[in-house]
Design a protein around this ligand. Sequence first.
Ligand code: NI
Ligand code: MN
Length: 225
Amino acid sequence: MKLTYYGHSCFSIELGSKKMLFDPFISGNELAKGIDIDKIEADYIFVSHGHSDHVGDLVEIAKRTGAIVIGAFEVIGWAQKNGVTDVHPMNFGTYNFEFGKLKFLPASHSSSLPDGSYGGNPGGFLFITDNGNFYYSGDTCLMMDMKLIPRYAKLDFAIMPVGGNFTMDADDAVIAAEFIDCKKIVGVHFDTFGYIRIDHEATKEKFRTAGRELILPQIGETISL
Ligand code: NI
Ligand code: MN
């Protein structure tokens, strides 16, 4: 699988012939100035929760691409109110899509939309597909629910926050990697704001010491996983 990083918690994954975009927040991110949001392609857009640093460019990209937007029922309702028509609302549960099985799982965080309306529960996504298995936790602290994931799937890789303050920091993300039984982690939700600036080398070293790999992609970089 190929992953392209667009900064903060926004990335896209090529899964088979499909392009999956996650948590589109680019134009509001000073660090992602080099990314042209009009060039981003998407067949599906996954939204972990309603905070503006995850939905900032959602409406615009969804309308332009016609991608199917998948997320919590309340977040999808907000997108529809803003003119997005291709949607698939979920709550915590499982659905079989054409790309494979998707589980929308709890995250321990909060969720409200940019207009202040209720965002439902924040979540993460587990993909179980013929092209591989991966987990994106969304914004969350470390939680015991992550221990369920190895019962569902053997992960090829996972995407998790490492910036601390609003989410897990590196120390907790190392424990989360153990809970989900995953050797290869892509770190997100770091450096964008003052509260979440990290020392890249020291953060990677924490994972190495634990026998795991942390990848911190450059913004605009595409990596093979
Ligand atoms: Ni958040
Ligand atoms: Mn966030």
